[in-house]
Design a protein around this ligand. Structure first.
Ligand SMILES: *Cc1c(COP(=O)(O)O)cnc(C)c1O
Length: 358
């Protein structure tokens, strides 16, 4: 039996995508083989690779002066790749630290230049997004880095900041969930395992004029130019993950695109927050206007009850709802592929749990 999987990542994929992958697993489009077995130089693979790139470009309305790169190494690898590729402009970069991943990106960058902490929400355990203006950033920074959705703490930048230089955002846990104006950014990046595909693929969308400026010490495989010049086929790509991404993108297109899916996401999140805000047992500590619509953390106030909730939820087919080890409690990740029905089931279960544990 399939369960509702509230994991923060890897997370649920659309059932249609899984079924289609299953149906063509042994023999993809009469090639006589699986996508996991075929040469990345074969024509049949070219179709998958290029459709994936084209669908990203179409659905995210990627302008002509940007390039989509299909990479490996996870979002975490970009914590080094970004400074290595972008800091050469002035040797300086500014970071806003709004959570654990933002902090890891900030710490990695420090190896490569003069890195400033422009703002942080650590003072209140990352329960809000700091207010920044263009004056929060150094005029001579090469770029400003933010984490658009904070997976562990459940916050997100509703509006993006004005910056005096290219804005770079880690969109790992919200890519494809809402319309993002790519032209406002120098670079966007995301690990695939939350809202796109199976793990193994990292998507980078970068403005073309920022490619080819890597530091001399930049490893060949981390330089954007290496893959940009070769249509992301410099070496063997994570073909299966790219294939699943292509199926996911096709599915989103069929649903009406990103704005259509965003509507459903907003509804799902509103239902859950509304229940929590009216609950006598469950609480969400995030500043209301900064709440994520992808990751919803909540607590009962008792560690014992939290543990009981996680256990009983799992027994009811609502799995991986335990909060991150850094914050405890619970966290429901309700990415694109989490059906409305899954959120309704969760709320029903929370209601029942609340009554039974007064
Ligand atoms: C999950 C996550 C990461 C880490 O991704 P990996 O692909 O495992 O390296 C980084 N940033 C954010 C915002 C995430 O949610």
């Amino acid at each position: 039996m399939r369960v509702y999987n509230f994991s923060a990542g890897p997370s649920m994929l659309f059932e249609d995508v899984l079924k289609e992958a299953q149906a063509s697993f042994l023999d993809y489009e009469n090639s006589g083989m699986s996508v996991t077995e075929m040469s990345h130089r074969a024509k049949v693979y070219d179709g998958i690779h290029n459709e994936c790139l084209a669908l990203f470009t179409e659905l995210m309305k990627v302008p002509d002066d940007y390039q989509v790169l299909l990479l490996q190494g996870g979002a975490s690898q970009q914590f080094d790749a970004i400074p290595l590729n972008l800091i050469s402009a002035t040797g300086k970069a500014d970071y806003v630290v709004t959570g654990n991943f933002a902090n890891l990106a900030y710490k990695s960058a420090k190896k490569y230049g003069d890195i400033a902490l422009a703002a942080s929400s650590e003072d209140k355990t990352y329960t809000y997004i700091p207010k920044v203006t263009i004056d929060s950033f150094r005029k001579d920074a090469s770029y400003v880095h933010i984490t658009s959705n904070n997976t562990i703490f459940g916050t997100r930048w509703k509006e993006f900041p004005e910056t005096p230089c290219p804005l770079v955002a880690d969109v790992s846990s919200e890519i494809l969930s809402r319309d993002i104006d790519v032209s406002k950014f120098g670079l966007l990046y995301a690990g695939a395992q939350k809202n796109i595909s199976a793990a193994g693929l990292t998507v980078v969308i970068v403005r073309k004029d920022l490619i080819g400026k890597e530091l001399p010490i930049c490893p060949t495989m981390l330089a954007y130019k290496t893959q940009a010049d070769k249509n992301s086929l410099y070496n063997t790509p994570p073909a299966f993950s790219i294939y699943i991404a292509m199926l996911t993108l096709r599915h989103i297109k069929k649903m009406g695109g990103i704005s259509a899916i965003n509507k459903i996401n907003v509804e799902k999140a509103a239902m859950l927050y509304d229940f929590i805000d009216n609950s006598t047992l469950f609480k969400n500590y995030v500043n209301k206007e900064d709440r994520s619509i992808m990751n919803v953390p909540f607590v009962t106030g008792s560690e014992e009850l939290d543990a009981k909730f996680v256990k009983e939820a799992a027994a009811n087919g609502l799995v991986s709802i335990k909060g991150h080890r850094l914050v405890g409690g619970m966290r429901a990740s309700i990415y694109n592929a989490m059906p409305v029905e899954g959120v309704k089931k969760l709320i029903e279960f929370m209601k029942k749990f609340e009554l039974e544990n007064k």
